[in-house]
Design a protein. Structure first.
Length: 125
């Protein structure tokens, strides 16, 4: 028997694609999608309930809405876009961090400029 026959067992076992790369596309299990869906529903229901009942002060409600929004983003990234710290996902993670920093600079810079323009325009009154 040749050495290649010892290592070629594809005829006797079914083909398994779980170890092959699909060009960076990750696939999740049904369990992961269900967990992601449940977390998304909970993170949507909490702010909705807070606003509808008005049980907490406005500042606490806004803070909790923002925290749930950040949690919702994380759930979407991890459970549905399958972003993680693996080497295959590193460029996706780096580009996502870059986009978040860029948007933060844009928003904070715009608010800062508008605030200073507003302050400088009211100085003459």
């Amino acid at each position: 028997m040749a050495e290649s026959d010892l290592h070629d067992d594809s005829a006797t076992t079914p083909h398994d694609d779980s170890h092959h790369s699909h060009g960076g596309a990750a696939h999740g299990s049904v369990r992961e999608y269900v967990v992601g869906l449940i977390l998304s529903i909970v993170l949507t229901a909490i702010p909705f309930g807070l606003v509808m009942t008005g049980a907490l002060s406005e500042m606490i409600t806004v803070t909790l809405i923002l925290l749930c929004a950040v949690g919702q983003i994380m759930v979407q990234l991890v459970f549905f876009l399958h972003m993680n710290t693996s080497s295959e996902q590193m460029w996706n993670t780096v580009s996502a961090i870059f986009v978040v920093v860029l948007v933060a600079i844009l928003i904070v810079g715009s608010i800062w400029i508008m605030q200073h323009l507003n302050h400088n325009m009211l100085m003459g009154h």
